[in-house]
Design a protein around this ligand. Structure first.
Ligand code: AMP
Ligand code: GLY
Length: 416
């Protein structure tokens, strides 16, 4: 069976690795893929926004299923495009993807279906925004409505900073799409990534994960795409899971059904666990990155079978088993990330690491050498029953791998 994975990050490498490690009979293709994926599949240089080009390749190679990694092609309707041509693709359609691609839509949806989320207002002009923030107590949060690769959310501590951000959005137009914002209360607590597989009628939860978004230890410095992850979080237990299912997951699926959204794919709930219980910060319509790098190594069985059943709308026939072991992933990043960074540094000692899985993100192979090719370079993942042993083996590998300017967080998986 031939599988095409669309995307180029650690998430996509983890998807390819999971499929291939279940059965070598799967043949993997990736558009555009990365250095790590090229060891287990064929990487094709194509733009992920070129839907015609992707479909042409899919048909020419007789691919069985395409799996979409990132949110942008989903928001732009790649699934609708494939479905219209009767080609099998995994991910929600454009209507479903709106729950991530418009924060205003997501917030209105949560309000309508009484899903716990921070109280909010929506502004569509600078003047409207100013009036709202003049009356707001700090801190509060301003979120750009559209996709912004994690750069659209700012926690505002004083009026001047709020006004500056409104200027950037409405006057300087730093984001390409329509200027529109959500202003919401700041929530306090512990963040949790809770992902499910769903065909809207049924769902199967994945194991939960904690993502470390800030660049430096102790949650300092700017936000990144994620510097590490572990699963399950120390603060997660059955009672919390029941609450998440009853107050958040099930009302969300009911809401999708009521809105006639036929959602098939992964649905990711970005949660804040507060003293008053779990609140939704955001929905994502895809696997998380780096979450996938700790979730899939804990999954037993065949991911392709799960994906096929979702596409067919028969997830109710599937059972998934998860390993008892814990998992942990540390991201090695390039100097300067999440700001400007250099590429093309040689990565050494990859062959010397043991007992871990390496998920490549920003890497490429050139003249037989593995070179850095992005901000997040490699995710080092381990699994083990014992958290202390797990941290030790992952960090041993993290220290062994070398490239100029390598940096990483040292506190992934330490109990807060
Ligand atoms: P989002 O893209 O909406 O998940 O926001 C990105 C990050 O900003 C989240 O992972 C949180 O760390 C933070 N954040 C978003 N909304 C809030 C909020 N209402 N209160 C506190 N932190 C928030
Ligand atoms: N790790 C955060 C995300 O995938 O959106």
């Amino acid at each position: 069976m031939k599988i095409l994975v669309i995307g180029s990050g650690g998430r996509e490498h983890a998807i390819c690795w999971k499929i291939k490690s279940f059965s070598q009979d799967y043949k993997i293709f990736a558009i555009p893929g990365n250095g790590g994926i090229s060891f287990i599949g064929e990487c094709i240089r194509k733009d992920i926004s070129d839907f015609n080009g992707i479909l042409e390749f899919f048909e020419k190679e007789n691919i069985n299923i395409a799996i979409v990694g990132p949110e942008n092609p989903l928001a732009e309707g790649i699934v609708d495009f494939f479905v219209e041509k009767k080609c099998k693709i995994f991910g929600p359609n454009k209507k479903g993807a709106k729950i991530e691609s418009s924060k205003c839509f997501a917030k209105e949806f949560m309000k309508k279906y009484k899903i716990p989320t921070a109280d909010f207002q929506i502004a569509e002009s600078f003047d409207e925004g100013i009036k709202m923030i003049e009356k707001r107590k700090t801190p509060y949060v301003i979120k750009y409505d559209g996709l912004a690769a994690g750069k659209g959310v700012r926690i505002i501590e004083n009026f001047e900073d709020g006004k500056k951000y409104l200027e950037e959005i409405f006057i300087k137009r730093i984001f390409k799409g329509e200027p529109k914002i959500v202003i919401e209360n700041c929530l306090f607590g512990k963040e949790l990534s809770y992902l499910i597989f769903t065909d809207t009628q049924t769902y199967i939860p994945m194991v939960p994960a904690k993502d470390y978004k800030r660049v430096f230890d102790g949650d300092l410095g700017p936000n990144t795409g994620g510097m590490g992850c572990y699963s399950p979080p120390f603060y997660f237990d059955e009672r919390l899971e029941e609450e998440i299912k009853k107050k958040i997951v099930e009302p969300t699926l009911k809401g999708l059904q009521k809105e006639n959204i036929d959602y098939r794919g992964v649905l990711y709930f970005g949660l804040m666990i507060t003293k008053e219980g779990p609140f939704v910060l955001e929905y994502n319509v895809r696997f998380g990155d780096p979450e996938t790098q700790v979730i899939l190594p804990r999954m037993e069985g065949d991911l392709v079978e799960v994906i096929e059943s979702i596409i067919e709308g028969s997830l109710n026939k599937i059972k998934i088993k998860w390993k008892e072991e814990k998992s942990l992933c540390v991201i090695l990043a390039s100097k300067g990330y999440p700001g400007e960074y250099e590429k093309g540094k040689e990565i050494k000692n990859i062959d010397k690491v043991k007992d871990v899985i390496l998920f490549h993100a920003g890497t490429k192979i050139e003249n037989g050498k593995i070179l850095t090719d992005g901000g997040r370079v490699i995710g080092v993942t381990g699994i083990d029953k014992d958290m202390r042993k797990l941290r030790k083996k992952v960090y041993k590998a993290v220290e062994t791998i070398e490239f100029e300017g390598k940096h990483y967080r040292k506190d992934i998986g330490i109990e807060e």
